[in-house]
Ligand binder design. Structure first.
Ligand code: BDR
Ligand code: CA
Length: 340
């Protein structure tokens, strides 16, 4: 068997972050060195408590959780508790973990882990599920450590899809547009990242991943204990989607970033130079230069298509332990059919 790929998950849990963590924790191909938390959906400390709750559900409290940046690089911090609830987990109010506490120093942990990876030649990947503030600080404070980076997958931005914070902006990049710009810029300019691209899992693909009440019911039948956790944390999120977008169900963005890292064929897209707007009414918009107007080499790989049934198969087989053979026909039925 191939060696496990080492990863750090940088996140802001967050309901869909929690689902993404569950998927990663059920995936034998990866070794999660740590979870770093950034301010986003909820303030950093609350996000770290939520990461610990997820680790407790999954019996993996051995994985360290690190506190990261408490505010965006330049902008005032705007949380997303209207979407994720006061506790950030859909007002499920699971008890706090008391046996383990979050550690300080997410950016230092990222830098040290990358430097170790660079020295050992066993590179390290980062899956970023929140605003890119921690990673922007990493670029500013320890650019040499990026030599140890294998792949960066970032849930954020959009190419042709409308935004979820403004007509054009997605929350993670809107929350800290300057942070996102620093990271995209680093992938254009830094020699140690030469030839590398940020894998951008934006709203174009994540909007296709909708957890409907039927799918949720199926998950509860497959695995009553984990299904119940998912039911308890997503009810608030479903109500929000109904009020905001007229959707029955909820878009679960972050788990697709993990799924894509595990199985890149789940999404397809193209390479492009991308920049992030930091001012005015388009604040946080990703400007994807798909047609090469600026003549710049690519710093990003923009994912535009995905296969929602294959994603759900992966999620249900791993997190809910559903039998792979039975899943496919059932998911085809629940998700509106598959090609014969
Ligand atoms: C992103 O913003 C957050 O609310 C979600 O956790 C996800 O990372 C979607 O725009
Ligand atoms: Ca998130």
């Amino acid at each position: 068997m191939n060696a496990k790929r080492k990863i750090i998950i940088d996140c802001d849990p967050g309901i869909d972050d929690a689902l993404a963590l569950m998927l990663a924790l059920c995936s034998p191909e990866v070794e999660i060195l740590g979870i770093t938390v950034v301010c986003g959906n909820v303030p950093t400390e609350k996000g770290a408590e939520n990461a610990l709750k997820v680790l407790q559900w999954m019996d993996r409290l051995d994985i360290p959780v690190y506190l990261g940046e408490e505010r965006p690089l330049v902008r005032n911090y705007v949380d997303a508790m209207d979407t994720h609830g006061e506790d950030g987990l859909g007002e499920s109010h699971y008890p706090y973990v008391t046996t383990v506490r979050p550690r300080a120093g997410a950016v230092k942990f990222l830098a040290d882990s990358l430097l170790t990876a660079a020295a050992s030649k066993e590179k390290l990947s980062i899956i970023a599920l929140g605003p890119l503030t921690n990673l922007a600080r990493l670029v500013q404070q320890s650019p040499e450590s990026l030599d140890g980076l294998d792949q960066l997958v970032s849930m954020g931005g959009s190419y042709k899809s409308h935004g979820n914070c403004s007509p054009v902006a997605e929350y993670n990049y809107w929350c800290d547009p300057h942070g996102a710009k620093v990271v995209y810029n680093a992938f254009y300019t830094l020699p140690q990242l030469s030839g590398k691209e940020i894998h951008m899992i934006g709203l174009d693909v994540t909007r296709q991943i909708v957890l409907t009440p039927n799918l949720l019911e199926y998950m509860c039948r497959l695995n009553p204990e984990r299904g119940e956790i998912i039911r308890r944390i997503t009810g608030f999120y479903m109500d929000f989607h109904w009020a905001q977008e007229g959707i029955i169900g909820c878009v679960i963005n972050d788990p697709l970033a993990v799924a894509y890292f595990l199985a890149p064929s789940l999404c397809t897209g193209f390479s492009s130079y991308t920049d992030v707007e930091t001012e005015g009414i388009s604040l946080g918009q990703t400007l994807v230069d798909a047609y090469g107007f600026w003549g710049r080499h690519p710093n990003s790989h923009i994912l535009t298509e995905t296969n929602p049934v294959s994603f759900m198969e992966m999620f249900c087989s791993r997190v809910l332990k559903g039998s792979e053979k039975a899943l496919h026909p059932m998911l085809c039925q629940l998700m509106g059919g598959c090609e014969k």
